[in-house]
Design a protein around this ligand. Structure first.
Ligand SMILES: Nc1ncnc2c1ncn2[C@@H]1O[C@H](COP(=O)(O)OP(=O)(O)OP(=O)(O)O)[C@@H](O)[C@H]1O
Length: 784
């Protein structure tokens, strides 16, 4: 920016950028004084109507602490201040661009490239200086000639140094891959609970033609290139066509989406709607998955008149509202946005929904969506078909009761720990004192062995961002996908990865479920995920639709338990990959050297963020000047929600406290957690890895604690006698025994242990004093 110099003018208002020490006191009427980094801070006065400000050009390039205003004698009266004068990409143009309403922000990749170029230039300069020092005694002409030669040679070397570290072993020395011992799960698979009727066996010879599907659907199936139904499709479609409730589980990438959409489409085609109403609701956990399911549905419905609508967060609310008002047949939504519409779009309701589908059902029924799902189920029609699908489908009745399945059919084509059939699983052991090697190992894998079509999963958004910068600085084509990005950025990253514009997508678990990206060859886990379920989904982004794929997971000492579980349940041998130690060391060194550049990129980002904030303030001020009205935040945008603001706050706070509580459990953990928090900006590689692992452990602990808690069924299966009580809650007539034996509150347990109280003893005619008073003899203890 131009500290202490004129920056521009818009309409009748002039802008000046104040440099350090410049107070803006000389600012003329009608100026807005900017203090860069803090937004406008100076006097904003009514416009004086001055149209052309004058400024000698050299002043722009020689910033000083003080500049005099247009009334002073420093400026040429002939100089016209405006956009035209810049004549291209001058400093003025850049400044104006930054101040204009829509400033072109640079992408992260542009920033990385800028820092890389700067580093390259510095390295070249340093080399040249070294050569100059060495050759000071030789003749001038000879020195010059040699410098020229060196320069051109350096240029060639630079291209190489993107990957090489002057060490051939880096590329030539191969990793060692060993087969890890494996054995099948000894215990027989758990028996299905009586809640289900099992229909996991299917007719293997069934074709799409045998399924009695309508012509428009068969045409779409052919258009998509599906020749044979996959096992889950063979098992599910006939049952679903009968209108039965389904609880289905099949490995990742085996075509579950078509398994639930095809029968639904058949139903809509066979029995067309009488009025424009929404008859099918598909709920998905993430926005990207919603977009994907919507796209598949549209493709399968392309030759029919079935209408679809997408209502996921991050996309325009008004457009969605308009689409919902027209009553689309199928609605694909994320829970949050759906509730938003239910409460703010008066004509939209769920009472007409005939089929409810939960894709990634185990996720939809977990604690994260608990409140929202409760609300949606409450608003749904009772007479509906419900279908649950996931690769890690839970069989626990207490979980499924919440969606009130009616005599559900259990279709488990695979067990819920099965990974994709053609997946090759590899693990890299991280030794106890080598936690800090993770970044080096991942960098080595990506530069040496798996250069493209790779998804790299990290536990935190921060680590994903760091890996994007780090790998970008190494010259790799990288993108990132996580919750800290805007929806546009998330979709753009996904598009670029699908279009092969980038080779590596660094993502958090937001991209772990359901996403079907063609051609992903490798999935790398920076740390092991929270649970085995998460692992199954992450590695399921590769080896889809009958293709082969590979996963490489880094496993530290604290994560070995999960590795054991995975090895136990694996149906094909898993491999242990060992990277040569000198390669790891080289990459570690390389990362250490890049640390400054990572910091530079982060600084550029921070500056840009601050500029954007300043710009937003300016725009607000401008609007204020033009309209003379104070803008209130979120004016007219207030939308209602099923919880009040207070309730939402309380829920968030309770969750945060729970997390905090867990994090602080145990002295050692507490100390570490606090230290990490403080050092978060500048952590060592070891601490960064530890932080990642701690995060996933905290999640796993929370989950375990929740699972230990007795779950309250929110809605019982409708045909169960207990579910009949639809009216207001009535207290059951429990016997004393029922009450005592089922009450597990802390107080009740205490009372139980202490025995009957004095009052109870009296009432029951029991001896009112223990023999020997309250003293318990040793012999009593022994007898016990
Ligand atoms: N019958 C079929 N023949 C060939 N390809 C199919 C068939 N059915 C589905 N596919 C393809 O298989 C891929 C995976 O399908 P889909 O995304 O539905 O898997 P999924 O089981 O839902 O996976 P996940 O558990 O990860 O969500 C898609 O690219 C889809 O086009």
């Amino acid at each position: 920016m131009l500290p202490g110099s004129w920056a521009g003018r818009e309409r009748s208002v002039a802008w000046v950028v104040g440099g350090p020490g410049w107070t803006g006191a000389e600012a003329g009427p009608g100026w807005i004084v900017l203090d860069w980094g803090r937004g406008w801070c100076g006097p904003v006065r009514p416009s004086c109507g001055r149209c052309s400000l004058v400024l000698p050009q050299e002043l722009c390039r020689a910033p000083g602490p003080r500049r005099r205003g247009p009334t002073g004698g420093d400026f040429s009266a002939a100089f016209v201040f405006g956009e035209a004068e810049a004549g291209g990409e001058g400093t003025w143009a850049a400044a104006l661009r930054q101040l204009r309403g829509k400033r072109a922000a640079t992408t992260l990749d542009e920033k990385i490239e800028k820092v890389r170029q700067k580093r390259k230039f510095q390295e070249r300069e340093a080399k040249q200086a070294k050569v100059r020092d060495e050759d000071t005694e030789t003749e001038d002409n000879q020195t010059k000639k040699r410098e020229c030669e060196d320069f051109s040679r350096d240029e060639e070397e630079d291209v190489e140094s993107q990957y090489s570290l002057d060490d051939e072993t880096l590329f030539t020395k191969a990793d060692t891959v060993k087969v890890k011992e494996w054995r099948r799960l000894k215990k027989g698979e758990m028996e299905a609970e009586s809640f289900f009727e099992d229909a996991s066996q299917y007719d293997d010879n069934l074709s799409f033609q045998d399924m009695n599907l309508s012509r428009p659907l068969l045409k779409a199936i052919t258009a998509l290139g599906f020749k044979q139904p996959t096992p889950i499709q063979k098992a599910c479609i006939p049952v679903s066509l009968l209108g039965k409730d389904i609880c289905a589980c099949a490995a990742t990438g085996t075509g579950k989406t078509a398994a639930f959409i095809l029968p639904v489409l058949e139903r809509l085609i066979y029995k067309p709607r009488q009025a424009p109403i929404t008859r099918v609701l598909v709920l998905v956990p993430t926005r990207e998955l919603g977009i994907q399911v919507h796209s598949v549905t549209k493709q399968l419905a392309q030759f029919s008149s079935v209408t679809t609508c997408l209502a996921v967060g991050g996309l325009d609310v008004k457009t969605q509202e308009a689409a919902l008002r027209s009553g689309p047949d199928i609605l694909i939504a994320t829970p949050g946005r759906l509730i938003d519409h239910l409460h703010n779009c008066p004509s939209f309701h769920l009472s007409s929904v005939e089929v409810l589908i939960l894709d990634e059902a185990d996720r939809m029924l977990d604690e994260y969506f608990e409140e929202q799902m409760k609300e949606i189920i409450r608003l749904c029609s009772n007479h509906r078909q419900t279908m649950l699908f996931s690769a890690t489908m839970t069989e626990e009745v207490k979980d499924l009761a919440s969606v009130s399945l009616k005599n559900p059919i259990r279709i488990f084509v695979n067990s819920n720990t099965d990974v994709a059939p053609f997946l090759r699983q590899e693990f890299i052991r991280i030794r106890p004192n080598r936690e800090g090697d993770r970044e080096a190992i991942v960098s080595a894998l990506l530069t040496r062995t798996f250069p493209d079509h790779v998804m790299l999963f990290t536990q935190t958004k921060k680590q994903a961002h760091r890996m994007h910068i780090l790998l970008g600085l190494m010259g790799l084509r990288v993108g990132e996908l996580h919750g800290n990005l805007s929806q546009a950025q998330r979709l753009e990253a996904l598009r670029r990865f699908k279009d092969e514009q980038i080779d590596i997508l660094v993502a958090t678990d937001v991209a772990a479920r359901g996403l079907d990206i063609e051609g992903v060859k490798t999935v790398i886990n920076f740390t092991m995920p929270n649970t085995t379920k998460h692992y199954v989904h992450r590695v399921g982004r590769t080896a889809r639709a009958g293709r082969a794929g590979r996963s490489v997971s880094l496993v530290g000492e604290e994560e070995r338990k999960m590795l054991k579980d995975i090895v136990k349940t694996a149906k094909t041998p898993v491999k242990a990959r060992i990277l040569p130690q000198d390669v790891i060391l080289k990459f570690r060194e390389k990362i250490e050297n890049l640390e400054k550049d990572v910091y530079a990129v982060l600084c550029l980002e921070r500056e840009e963020r601050e500029m954007q904030q300043s710009e937003a303030q300016i725009n607000r001020a401008k609007k204020q000047l033009e309209t003379g009205k104070q803008e209130t935040l979120g004016e007219g945008l207030e939308r209602s929600w099923f919880q009040t603001r207070e309730e939402r706050k309380k829920e968030k706070l309770a969750k945060a406290l729970q997390e905090f509580d867990l994090a602080l459990r145990g002295k050692k953990k507490r100390k570490k957690f606090m230290q990490d928090r403080q050092k978060k900006v500048q952590m060592t590689p070891e601490e960064r890895s530890q932080f990642e692992i701690l995060k996933s452990q905290m999640y796993a602990e929370r989950l375990a604690k929740r699972n230990r808690r007795a779950k309250r069924a929110r809605v019982l299966p409708e045909d169960e006698p207990a579910a009949v009580s639809a009216g207001p809650k009535r207290r059951k007539n429990l016997s004393v025994f029922d009450e005592e034996l089922t009450n597990t509150s802390r107080k009740a347990l205490k009372q139980y242990r202490a025995g009957p109280s004095f009052e109870d003893r009296k009432r029951l005619g029991m001896a009112q004093h223990r023999k020997g008073g309250n003293f318990k003899s040793k012999s009593r203890y022994k007898r016990k």
